[in-house]
Design a binder for this molecule. Structure first.
Ligand SMILES: Nc1ncnc2c1ncn2[C@@H]1O[C@H](COP(=O)(O)OP(=O)(O)OP(=O)(O)O)[C@@H](O)[C@H]1O
Length: 259
């Protein structure tokens, strides 16, 4: 099977520092792939380079077999590579429904350019309601986005990403700043997403990682230290060594291991 996302010798340097240093990685269709590593390992830089927010300084990003390395983020998104942001990108003054309907219309403007506006709007609303339902926000459709809690805003962002009809969704620390209850709701939401959707998740909460991911890649000093099923990665002595002395050692080897 062809990988949906393949990174070949991907590098992103800042001057003499290679924040991402020759990364090879394959993400297969439908995979839930988590990217972890100690602080400064290069996770955010790798994520942004894959999404097209940052340009690679070497190597390649292949999506569905096509080289997208030199394409801007907007063109990668048009091809089905969608990312979320740590900072909210909502229209806070608009209703929850309108936020999603606008995201739906962005796709339809291209696909159905010649439809009548009123018909297009009704169709966008119907689709938006379906996406809100799938992220558990159907009963908040009429509320202003500004009135949503932090966790609900992240749910709304997922609905907006789904509206763009992605094949790959890249989550940037999705549960950062969430309460335990919000995190739980969010994990359940991700687990309910269609199985054919491929996910790449950068996440600090290792409990979330080990619940969601079927493959985990550990970065250290810009390089891939280990990559494989969660239980194998957890037991890797090199990974243990890399985390040693960081605040997250316990998370990785006690909490996650106890489940
Ligand atoms: N704009 C920049 N200019 C120079 N160096 C940078 C820049 N952004 C990141 N770096 C450096 O690149 C390395 C990787 O940083 P990055 O933020 O990608 O790591 P990370 O794994 O996401 O860390 P964290 O878990 O703390 O968010 C670090 O040494 C960092 O200091």
């Amino acid at each position: 099977m062809t990988a949906l996302l393949e990174l070949k010798d991907l590098t992103r340097s800042y001057g003499s520092l290679a924040a991402v240093d020759g990364v090879d990685l394959k993400v297969m269709p439908g995979e839930r792939h988590a990217l972890i590593g100690p602080n400064g390992a290069g996770k955010s830089t790798l994520f942004a380079t894959v999404a097209g927010t940052l340009r690679a300084t070497g190597g390649q990003v292949l999506f569905s077999g096509a080289d997208v390395t030199s394409l801007p983020e907007s063109e990668r998104a048009r091809r089905g590579m969608l990312r979320t942001y740590q900072h909210s990108s909502l229209f806070l003054g608009c209703s929850v429904l309108d936020n999603v309907a606008l995201a739906v219309q962005r796709v339809h403007r291209v696909a159905h350019r010649f439809d009548r506006a009123a018909w297009r709007f009704r169709r966008a609303e119907a689709e938006a309601n379906r996406h809100l339902d799938s992220v558990g926000l159907a009963d908040r459709a009429g509320a202003k986005a500004a009135a949503l809690s932090h966790g609900e805003r992240r749910q709304l962002e997922v609905a907006m990403v789904l509206a763009a009809q992605p094949t790959l969704v890249m989550f940037d620390e999705p549960t950062a700043g969430m309460s335990a209850a919000e995190t739980e709701r969010f994990v359940e939401l991700i687990q309910r997403l269609p199985g054919n959707l491929t996910l790449l998740i950068v996440e600090h909460d290792l409990d979330v990682v080990f619940r969601l991911a079927d493959r985990v890649t550990v970065l250290h000093l810009g390089r891939v230290l280990a990559s494989g099923p969660p239980e194998r990665v957890q037991g890797d002595p090199q990974v243990q060594q890399a985390y040693l002395g960081t605040a997250r050692t316990e998370d990785l080897f006690i909490e996650a291991g106890d489940r």
